[in-house]
Design a protein around this ligand. Structure first.
Ligand code: C5P
Length: 219
Protein backbone atom coordinates (compact mmCIF):
# COMPACT_ATOMS: atom_id res chain seq x y z
CA UNK A 1 0.00 0.00 0.00
CA UNK A 2 2.82 2.45 0.83
CA UNK A 3 4.65 1.12 -2.24
CA UNK A 4 8.14 2.52 -2.53
CA UNK A 5 8.17 5.60 -0.31
CA UNK A 6 11.56 4.51 1.13
CA UNK A 7 13.33 4.26 -2.21
CA UNK A 8 16.73 5.92 -2.00
CA UNK A 9 16.84 5.75 1.80
CA UNK A 10 19.29 3.69 3.81
CA UNK A 11 18.24 2.23 7.16
CA UNK A 12 20.38 0.61 9.81
CA UNK A 13 18.46 -1.64 12.22
CA UNK A 14 19.72 -3.38 15.36
CA UNK A 15 17.75 -6.40 16.55
CA UNK A 16 17.68 -9.28 18.97
CA UNK A 17 19.42 -9.78 22.29
CA UNK A 18 23.13 -9.70 22.97
CA UNK A 19 25.02 -12.46 24.73
CA UNK A 20 27.66 -11.65 27.30
CA UNK A 21 30.00 -14.56 27.95
CA UNK A 22 30.76 -15.77 31.49
CA UNK A 23 32.99 -18.70 30.52
CA UNK A 24 33.26 -20.94 27.42
CA UNK A 25 29.86 -22.52 28.04
CA UNK A 26 27.75 -19.83 29.74
CA UNK A 27 26.41 -16.36 29.04
CA UNK A 28 24.12 -13.61 30.26
CA UNK A 29 21.29 -12.64 27.90
CA UNK A 30 17.59 -11.75 27.74
CA UNK A 31 14.32 -12.89 26.16
CA UNK A 32 14.44 -10.76 23.01
CA UNK A 33 13.27 -12.84 20.00
CA UNK A 34 14.39 -10.38 17.32
CA UNK A 35 10.85 -10.33 15.84
CA UNK A 36 10.24 -6.60 16.20
CA UNK A 37 13.61 -5.59 14.73
CA UNK A 38 13.30 -8.07 11.87
CA UNK A 39 9.80 -6.74 11.17
CA UNK A 40 11.19 -3.20 10.87
CA UNK A 41 13.91 -4.42 8.51
CA UNK A 42 11.36 -6.30 6.37
CA UNK A 43 8.91 -3.40 6.25
CA UNK A 44 11.68 -1.01 5.18
CA UNK A 45 12.81 -3.42 2.44
CA UNK A 46 9.22 -3.80 1.21
CA UNK A 47 9.02 -0.01 0.91
CA UNK A 48 12.20 0.22 -1.14
CA UNK A 49 14.86 1.06 1.47
CA UNK A 50 18.39 -0.33 1.51
CA UNK A 51 18.64 -2.12 4.86
CA UNK A 52 21.51 -3.23 7.05
CA UNK A 53 20.44 -5.47 9.92
CA UNK A 54 22.88 -5.89 12.79
CA UNK A 55 21.50 -8.77 14.79
CA UNK A 56 22.24 -10.61 17.99
CA UNK A 57 21.64 -14.38 18.16
CA UNK A 58 18.00 -15.26 17.34
CA UNK A 59 16.07 -18.20 15.93
CA UNK A 60 14.32 -16.46 13.06
CA UNK A 61 15.39 -15.96 9.46
CA UNK A 62 16.50 -12.51 8.33
CA UNK A 63 14.43 -10.92 5.56
CA UNK A 64 15.85 -11.46 2.07
CA UNK A 65 17.48 -8.40 0.65
CA UNK A 66 18.93 -7.04 3.89
CA UNK A 67 22.66 -6.88 4.46
CA UNK A 68 22.64 -8.94 7.64
CA UNK A 69 25.55 -8.91 10.07
CA UNK A 70 25.40 -11.37 12.95
CA UNK A 71 27.02 -10.31 16.21
CA UNK A 72 27.10 -11.80 19.68
CA UNK A 73 28.02 -9.34 22.42
CA UNK A 74 27.07 -5.72 23.02
CA UNK A 75 30.63 -4.61 22.30
CA UNK A 76 30.53 -6.46 18.95
CA UNK A 77 27.21 -4.80 18.10
CA UNK A 78 28.53 -1.39 19.15
CA UNK A 79 31.63 -1.76 16.95
CA UNK A 80 29.61 -2.89 13.94
CA UNK A 81 27.12 -0.02 14.26
CA UNK A 82 29.77 2.63 14.88
CA UNK A 83 31.80 1.64 11.86
CA UNK A 84 28.83 1.87 9.49
CA UNK A 85 26.24 4.37 10.79
CA UNK A 86 27.66 7.29 8.80
CA UNK A 87 26.35 6.08 5.46
CA UNK A 88 22.77 5.68 6.75
CA UNK A 89 19.86 8.12 6.81
CA UNK A 90 17.80 6.38 9.48
CA UNK A 91 18.94 4.42 12.54
CA UNK A 92 16.43 2.17 14.27
CA UNK A 93 17.67 0.71 17.54
CA UNK A 94 15.49 -2.27 18.38
CA UNK A 95 18.08 -4.57 19.96
CA UNK A 96 17.75 -5.51 23.61
CA UNK A 97 21.38 -4.84 24.39
CA UNK A 98 22.67 -6.24 27.68
CA UNK A 99 23.45 -3.35 30.02
CA UNK A 100 26.40 -5.15 31.64
CA UNK A 101 29.07 -7.70 30.75
CA UNK A 102 31.49 -9.71 32.88
CA UNK A 103 34.65 -7.85 33.87
CA UNK A 104 36.63 -11.01 33.15
CA UNK A 105 35.56 -13.95 31.01
CA UNK A 106 36.90 -17.18 32.49
CA UNK A 107 39.01 -19.13 29.98
CA UNK A 108 37.90 -22.39 31.55
CA UNK A 109 34.46 -23.55 32.62
CA UNK A 110 33.81 -22.22 36.13
CA UNK A 111 33.58 -25.16 38.55
CA UNK A 112 30.78 -25.52 41.06
CA UNK A 113 32.23 -24.81 44.53
CA UNK A 114 30.84 -22.66 47.36
CA UNK A 115 27.16 -21.86 48.09
CA UNK A 116 27.54 -18.42 46.56
CA UNK A 117 29.25 -17.15 43.46
CA UNK A 118 29.73 -13.49 42.59
CA UNK A 119 30.17 -12.24 39.05
CA UNK A 120 31.60 -8.78 38.65
CA UNK A 121 29.93 -6.84 35.86
CA UNK A 122 30.85 -3.67 34.04
CA UNK A 123 28.58 -1.37 32.00
CA UNK A 124 28.36 -1.99 28.26
CA UNK A 125 28.52 0.87 25.77
CA UNK A 126 25.07 2.33 25.06
CA UNK A 127 24.84 2.18 21.27
CA UNK A 128 21.80 4.45 20.98
CA UNK A 129 23.25 7.02 23.39
CA UNK A 130 26.56 7.11 21.53
CA UNK A 131 24.78 7.46 18.18
CA UNK A 132 22.71 10.25 19.68
CA UNK A 133 25.89 12.27 20.19
CA UNK A 134 27.14 11.90 16.62
CA UNK A 135 24.06 11.29 14.48
CA UNK A 136 23.86 14.82 13.06
CA UNK A 137 20.92 15.08 10.64
CA UNK A 138 20.21 11.36 10.77
CA UNK A 139 16.93 10.25 12.30
CA UNK A 140 17.27 7.86 15.22
CA UNK A 141 14.46 5.83 16.70
CA UNK A 142 14.75 3.81 19.89
CA UNK A 143 12.62 1.46 21.91
CA UNK A 144 11.77 1.62 25.58
CA UNK A 145 10.65 -1.73 26.94
CA UNK A 146 9.25 -1.13 30.42
CA UNK A 147 7.46 -2.89 33.22
CA UNK A 148 6.48 0.34 35.04
CA UNK A 149 6.35 4.14 34.57
CA UNK A 150 6.13 3.58 30.82
CA UNK A 151 5.68 7.15 29.61
CA UNK A 152 8.12 8.80 32.04
CA UNK A 153 10.87 6.27 31.34
CA UNK A 154 10.33 6.45 27.60
CA UNK A 155 10.37 10.25 27.58
CA UNK A 156 13.60 10.39 29.54
CA UNK A 157 15.25 7.93 27.14
CA UNK A 158 14.12 10.02 24.18
CA UNK A 159 15.81 13.06 25.71
CA UNK A 160 18.94 11.49 27.20
CA UNK A 161 19.82 9.47 24.09
CA UNK A 162 18.84 12.28 21.68
CA UNK A 163 16.30 10.14 19.81
CA UNK A 164 13.83 11.60 17.33
CA UNK A 165 11.13 9.18 18.41
CA UNK A 166 10.82 6.49 21.06
CA UNK A 167 8.61 3.43 20.81
CA UNK A 168 7.30 2.80 24.32
CA UNK A 169 6.45 -0.78 24.98
CA UNK A 170 4.81 -2.10 28.18
CA UNK A 171 6.20 -5.62 28.24
CA UNK A 172 3.83 -6.72 31.02
CA UNK A 173 0.73 -6.44 28.78
CA UNK A 174 -0.62 -9.56 27.15
CA UNK A 175 -0.01 -9.33 23.40
CA UNK A 176 3.07 -7.13 23.84
CA UNK A 177 6.80 -7.50 24.15
CA UNK A 178 9.13 -10.45 24.00
CA UNK A 179 8.50 -13.53 21.89
CA UNK A 180 4.93 -12.81 20.78
CA UNK A 181 3.90 -11.81 17.24
CA UNK A 182 1.94 -8.74 18.35
CA UNK A 183 2.84 -5.58 20.17
CA UNK A 184 1.12 -2.67 21.93
CA UNK A 185 3.15 0.51 21.70
CA UNK A 186 3.03 4.26 22.04
CA UNK A 187 5.09 6.41 19.67
CA UNK A 188 6.47 9.53 21.35
CA UNK A 189 8.17 12.25 19.31
CA UNK A 190 10.53 15.03 20.34
CA UNK A 191 7.79 17.64 20.08
CA UNK A 192 5.94 15.75 22.82
CA UNK A 193 3.24 14.42 20.50
CA UNK A 194 2.16 10.88 21.12
CA UNK A 195 0.38 8.17 19.13
CA UNK A 196 -1.17 5.34 21.15
CA UNK A 197 -1.52 2.27 18.97
CA UNK A 198 -3.84 -0.67 19.69
CA UNK A 199 -2.62 -4.27 19.72
CA UNK A 200 -1.18 -4.90 16.26
CA UNK A 201 1.04 -7.41 14.50
CA UNK A 202 4.72 -6.52 14.77
CA UNK A 203 4.63 -6.10 10.99
CA UNK A 204 1.92 -3.42 11.24
CA UNK A 205 3.74 -1.73 14.14
CA UNK A 206 6.86 -1.65 11.97
CA UNK A 207 4.95 0.08 9.15
CA UNK A 208 3.44 2.65 11.53
CA UNK A 209 6.93 3.40 12.87
CA UNK A 210 8.19 3.87 9.31
CA UNK A 211 5.21 6.14 8.50
CA UNK A 212 6.16 8.41 11.39
CA UNK A 213 9.87 8.34 10.52
CA UNK A 214 9.03 9.69 7.06
CA UNK A 215 6.80 12.38 8.51
CA UNK A 216 9.66 13.48 10.82
CA UNK A 217 12.05 13.49 7.85
CA UNK A 218 9.72 15.49 5.68
CA UNK A 219 9.16 17.96 8.54
O1 C5P B 1 18.14 2.31 28.36
P1 C5P B 1 17.43 1.22 27.62
O2 C5P B 1 18.26 -0.02 27.46
O3 C5P B 1 16.07 0.91 28.13
O4 C5P B 1 17.21 1.87 26.17
C1 C5P B 1 16.59 1.15 25.17
C2 C5P B 1 16.96 1.70 23.83
O5 C5P B 1 18.36 1.95 23.75
C3 C5P B 1 16.68 0.72 22.73
O6 C5P B 1 16.41 1.46 21.55
C4 C5P B 1 17.98 -0.06 22.63
O7 C5P B 1 18.15 -0.67 21.37
C5 C5P B 1 19.00 1.02 22.89
N1 C5P B 1 20.22 0.55 23.58
C6 C5P B 1 21.42 0.47 22.90
N2 C5P B 1 22.56 0.06 23.56
C7 C5P B 1 22.52 -0.25 24.86
C8 C5P B 1 21.31 -0.18 25.56
C9 C5P B 1 20.17 0.22 24.89
O8 C5P B 1 21.45 0.75 21.70
N3 C5P B 1 23.64 -0.62 25.49
Amino acid sequence: KRSSDYEGLKILVTAGPTREPIDPVRYISNHSSGKMGYAVAKAALDRGAAVKLVTGPVNITPPTGAETICVTSAVDMYNEVMKSYESFDILVMVAAVADYRCVTVSEKKIKKSGENLTLELVKNPDIAAELGKVKGHRIMIGFSAETDNLLDNAASKLASKNMDMVVANDVTLEGAGFGVDTNIVKLIKRDGSRIDLPVMSKEDVAHRILDEVLSIRNG
